[in-house]
Design a binder for this molecule. Structure first.
Ligand SMILES: CSC[C@H]1O[C@H](OP(=O)(O)O)[C@H](O)[C@@H]1O
Length: 346
């Protein structure tokens, strides 16, 4: 099994995008080849690839595929010919701002009227991918400096190489803390209903020989009540200007439990996840996915026939419950009332 700080959720093959199918991990390691923008958009929507930064990177490569097709079909108006594909990519999932950040960055390249569009767009997508990996390693270093030797940490969902361009955000901090001063315990929430923690985070940490204990979705507050957790370290899908943070459903409950039990709460996210146009968490759209994702597990119905379901897959943690935000631009704390825009003044 590969060391996961080098596993690649996405591999650009020059004329198609190869995605590790995260719906099948950890039981099966299979790949899905996306040769068009619609196929890439469908893979994002269906969570073949997931995780805020990884979604943005995949969409960037999807733009290259869209341009390749448009130049072939309608070279005299290739921009117009790719409009529908760009819309398909932009509407794949609503919460992770990285999707829109990446598409806007690629749009600026399209609008620059390049003489060799494919070369310029491919270079920009590769840059987005490589910059994300570098940012994760930087954040791992910065975040690990705040974690004392022998700390007991808990994380939620999957924020590792599978959710990013490599190494991870919150899981990158855990990797760096483990490799540096050492950790006494790493707990991973299973993360219902998609089980990113059980299926993906455990897979990454086992592959890196980092001991991990999986806990049931509701067990974290008991661990905190027993004094067994020092830091909760999570990722983000969108950070608003005031510091309110959208992340996987269940994050808000963790932050409340941290406040009740004096446990530190760290959010780790690249600046591509910060959306200054969102003034507060109230402006962040929360994705609701099909009820079947709750009503069924492994293809079998677990809820009584006739039962319905409400399946929001993100929630908002208010800034006042966040002790520290780690980005590749630097670390901010005490940002209640001040917001996080100072990160962009650097
Ligand atoms: C490194 S950000 C990962 C972020 O994305 C996850 O959501 P999903 O698996 O639905 O894409 C979760 O919110 C993670 O914190």
């Amino acid at each position: 099994m590969p060391r996961n700080d080098t596993v690649r959720a996405l591999d650009w093959q020059g004329d198609h995008l190869r995605l590790l199918d995260q719906r099948r991990l950890p039981v099966e390691t299979t790949w899905l080849d996306c040769r068009t923008a619609p196929e890439t958009a469908d893979a994002i929507r269906d969570m073949v690839v997931r995780g805020a930064p990884a979604i943005g990177i995949a969409a960037a490569y999807g733009v290259v595929l869209a341009a390749r097709s448009a130049l072939r079909r309608q070279p005299e108006d290739w921009r117009g010919a790719m409009a529908n594909d760009l819309t398909r990519l932009r509407t794949a999932r609503p919460t992770a701002v990285n999707l829109f950040w990446a598409l806007d960055r690629m749009q600026r390249m399209i609008d620059s009227d390049p003489t060799d569009p494919l070369q310029v767009l491919e270079a920009e997508a590769v840059a987005i991918h490589q910059e994300d990996l570098a940012a994760n390693r930087r954040m791992g270093h910065l975040g690990a400096q705040l974690i004392p030797a022998g700390a007991r940490v808990l994380t939620h969902c999957n924020t590792g190489s599978l959710a990013t361009g490599g190494y991870g955000t919150a899981l990158g901090v855990i990797r760096s803390a483990w490799a540096g001063k050492g950790l006494a315990a790493v707990y991973a929430d299973e993360t219902r209903p998609w089980l990113q923690g059980a299926r993906l985070t455990a897979w990454e940490l086992v592959a890196d020989a980092i001991p991990v204990k999986l806990i049931a979705e509701g067990a974290a507050p008991l661990l905190m009540q027993r004094g067994e957790v020092d830091w909760v370290i999570v990722g983000a899908d969108r950070v608003a200007a005031n510091g309110d943070t959208a992340n996987k459903i269940g994050t808000y409950a963790l932050a409340l439990a941290c406040k009740a039990h004096g446990v530190k709460f760290m959010v780790v996210a690249p600046s591509s996840t910060i959306d200054l146009d969102c003034l507060s968490g109230e402006d962040i759209p929360i994705e609701e996915r099909p009820a079947e994702e709750l009503l069924y597990m492994n293809g079998r119905r677990v809820a009584a026939e006739g039962a319905g379901a409400w399946n929001p897959v993100f929630d908002i943690t208010p800034a006042e419950l966040i002790d520290v935000l780690v980005t590749e631009r630097g670390v901010v704390s005490d940002f209640v009332g001040k917001g996080v825009s100072a990160l962009f003044d650097i």
